[in-house]
Design a protein around this ligand. Structure first.
Ligand code: NAI
Ligand code: MG
Length: 342
């Protein structure tokens, strides 16, 4: 455990002190409880974050502990419910940030779910589905609320020990749950997913699932199987979904993705052997897949507004905040960047 008195915080960078402060809050329940007193809370209802509209923009409001206690009292709720909150980050000045869901059934409060509409009126905002909310927010808030929702969802779904069947207990920060009877520790999980933009040197391969919004095409994605390396997962997914063999691949970047459950999206560029570009779409996984020219993709990126695209019937690409968008943009800017052997 990092103790403030032990470390000379002044010698460390802001980022390092922040990281160590968050580490301390995860490890030490008393320190975390203390941090709640000066902290800020983001509110959710059944996993939908609270947003407020100011002028033309939405923002995610923060509430102090005092405001939260008043709110809960007003709705006849025990302040014990605040113990369900999870730590999601802190400011550079070490103001800790928490998230609390007022709609999910609470293990520490009897009168579980609070009425959504009454809360919205009281809070002068609305609980918006996260997929919609992400389009309305700046990058920092979008990322914070994604983390918050992922953590809240994980706690909601892991309230019992899978060995003893007993209720598990969350630590103050929400970084783990412990079974009191056998001491098994459960940590929040995310599934590794590979997302690959395949190129044949001049064109790139885009595909769509029937569940995608109308007209949207993206790179190939798939969950890693147990025991697989990243490289093996890319090769298998490309073979499974479009019947092609990857020749070379290059890691690009990664992203936490909260839908439908937490995934760690690992994005790669890949090439296939020239002359072996005939696609055989696996219709159990995909609705359609095809090769798109550099010009077509560059044009789609420039006019990437889903609403006008849907009306025109032309294809469109995932929004900026999705790593698929970044992967496609990278390829458009540098079409020959797939250099590492698979
Ligand atoms: N952030 C981004 O840019 C993008 C994110 N994605 C995400 O990637 C994820 C994976 O893509 P898919 O093509 O759907 O995967 P996929 O090609 O592996 O097919 C999904 C199927 O895999 C099986 N599966 C294996 N392990 C699973 C697990 N841990 N959780 C759920 N299903 C599992 C299920 O049968 C499921 O129906 C999606 O959930 C999607 O949200 C997809 C494209 C872009
Ligand atoms: Mg897939």
């Amino acid at each position: 455990m990092w103790r403030k008195s032990f470390w000379s915080y002044r010698l460390l960078s802001t980022y390092v002190t922040k990281s160590r402060y968050l580490f301390e809050l995860k490890e030490d329940d008393d320190a975390c409880k203390k941090a709640q007193q000066t902290g800020a809370f983001y509110l959710f209802h059944s996993l939908a974050p609270l947003l407020q509209k100011s002028e033309h923009q939405y923002q995610a409001p923060q509430h102090s502990l005092l405001e939260l206690e008043r709110l809960l009292a007003k709705f006849g709720q025990d302040t014990q419910r605040i113990e369900d909150s999870v730590l999601i980050g802190c400011s550079e000045q070490h103001e800790a940030w928490f998230a609390l869901d007022l709609g999910l059934n609470s293990s520490s409060s009897i009168n579980a779910s609070l009425q959504k509409q009454e809360m919205e009126t009281e809070l002068k905002g609305s609980f918006m589905e996260l997929r919609k909310a992400l389009f309305q927010l700046n990058t920092k808030d979008a990322s914070l609320l994604s983390t918050a929702q992922a953590l809240l969802r994980w706690h909601d779904g892991h309230q019992f020990c899978s060995r003893s069947g007993q209720p598990t207990k969350k630590n103050m920060a929400g970084s783990k749950r412990v079974c009191p009877s056998n001491k098994i520790i459960y940590y929040p999980q995310m599934a590794p997913v590979v997302i690959t933009l395949v190129s044949d040197g001049t064109r790139c391969l885009l595909a769509r699932q029937s569940s995608f919004p109308k007209g949207m095409y993206s790179a190939l994605a798939g969950f890693c199987d147990i025991g697989e390396s990243l490289e093996e997962a890319v090769r298998r997914e490309v073979a499974e979904e479009v019947g092609l063999e990857v020749e070379r691949l290059q890691y690009s970047a990664s992203q936490h993705w909260p839908f439908p459950n937490s995934s760690l999206m690992i994005a790669c560029h890949a090439t296939v052997k020239s002359g072996q570009t005939e696609i055989q779409v696996n219709l159990r996984e995909l609705e359609a897949a095809g090769w798109f020219s550099h010009d077509e993709v560059a044009t789609a990126l420039r006019r990437n507004n889903p609403y006008t695209q849907q009306q025109n019937g032309t294809f469109w690409l995932p929004p900026k905040l999705a790593i698929a968008h970044q992967l496609i943009k990278e390829w458009v800017e540098k079409p020959n960047c797939s250099t590492l052997p698979a």
